[in-house]
Ligand binder design. Structure first.
Ligand SMILES: [Zn+2]
Length: 382
């Protein structure tokens, strides 16, 4: 999968809608126009050796001219039956579209200003750069990006959405989360659904990358819809997103990628006593109540990497506070984990909350930090 990133915004006057549709009489593209590159554009010193020509060809294949222009908000109309498109010329001021792109030949020609060529020529003309700098600019612009960069942009976007959708704020309130500083610190956002793909595509991220990251599904729809979003980070990089449904959909959802280590281990790992909970809403309410030594494995099954994190400091003890389920599932998971921790040399205690509660519901029902501390103190070692 090829990934690209956009750097800078040199194309700010490529405004959305700058291509025009609806003009009845358009000058037809000429054969001469499409053969234009046969006239030599690249009069750079020394001429091209074949390896360089090959590299340039690969560069142009990586990003077809039409896709490149559209990514920078050029709005074309189809002109004729073949793969020809027309829109306003980005290279000069005009009100009638005379800028043609042939997608098959990967070339452009403007009947207004008489200029044409391939992707590199376009960048040369548009940014007024010499040939070599145009190639360097394109290579930088199309450089592969790590998925974490995309996930970070997604987190920023979802954080903005949190303040625009009252249903999200109502849900957090209902789950007892009201401290804006904690919400901000945890990077909590909201995915309303239906707007992430457009946002990321507008920032130059190709469809394949969004699909590959799991942010959109095969039908092109946002993976997260009506979900509170928590970013999962490791060593300062976002590695996954957790989405808690606020509606009738299945409550928990992660992107199809590793969930990383224990939540917020960069800060929690300094504590010698650690509270381990099942869910991020449990963690959020405990942090809000002052229990900053709380971490979370997203569920009750710890990976061996997460187990190793708990064991990374001698003498650490772990308080397991899983849900008190009707069917005893949480209690059984808690017992099994305590045994696993014990065999790894980590002393563990199983904390009992009042019947039917998880840490979040316990606080929402009115418990105080002192009540929770009592529960911790009553917890027995295995
Ligand atoms: Zn032009």
């Amino acid at each position: 999968m090829i990934r690209y990133r956009c750097v800078g915004t040199p194309y700010s006057h490529f405004l959305p809608g700058s291509g025009l549709c609806g003009f009845k009489k358009l000058p037809p593209p000429t054969i001469l126009a499409w053969e234009y590159p046969l006239l030599c554009f690249y009069a750079h010193p020394g001429g091209e050796n074949s390896a360089m020509a090959h590299d340039l060809e690969l560069l142009k294949q990586r990003m077809p001219l039409l896709e490149y222009l559209q990514r920078h908000n050029w709005r074309p109309c189809r002109a004729g039956r073949r793969q020809e498109f027309v829109g306003l010329c980005p290279l000069h001021q005009e009100t009638r579209p005379s800028f043609y792109v042939n997608a098959h030949k990967n070339l452009f020609y403007c009947h207004g200003c008489g200029r044409g060529g391939d992707l590199i020529r376009f960048v040369q003309l548009f940014l007024a750069l010499p040939f070599r700098q145009s190639v360097a600019h394109l290579e930088q612009e199309l450089m592969p990006v790590p998925a974490s960069h995309l996930l970070e942009q997604t987190v920023d976007f979802y954080q903005l959405q949190l303040h625009r959708h009252p249903e999200a704020a109502r849900y957090l309130e209902h789950r007892g989360l009201h401290d804006p500083a904690i919400i901000e610190e945890l990077g909590i956002g909201y995915a309303p659904g239906g707007n992430l793909r457009r946002h990321l595509a507008g920032r130059g991220h190709p469809f394949d990358l969004l699909l590959d990251t799991g942010l959109i599904n095969g039908q092109g729809r946002d993976a997260f819809c009506r979900r509170i979003i928590f970013p999962l980070c490791q060593h300062g990089q976002v590695v996954n997103l957790y989405g808690r449904s606020i509606g009738a959909a299945f409550p928990h959802r992660l992107l199809p990628r590793s969930r990383g280590g224990l939540f917020a281990w960069d800060s929690v790992g300094y504590f010698s006593i650690v509270i381990l909970v099942e869910g991020l809403l449990d963690l959020a309410i405990l942090w809000q109540s002052g229990f900053r030594n709380t971490t979370c494995a997203i569920g009750t099954q710890l990976t061996s990497a997460q187990l190793a994190q708990l064991a990374d400091q001698p003498g650490r003890s772990v308080y397991i506070v899983f849900d008190q389920d009707e069917n005893q599932a949480g209690q059984k998971a808690s017992h099994q984990l305590a045994l696993r921790l014990k065999s790894a040399g980590i002393p563990a205690r199983m904390v009992q909350l009042p019947h039917g509660h998880d840490p979040n519901s316990y606080f929402v029902a009115g418990a105080t930090a002192a009540d929770f501390t009592d529960c911790l103190e009553r917890a027995q070692p295995l």
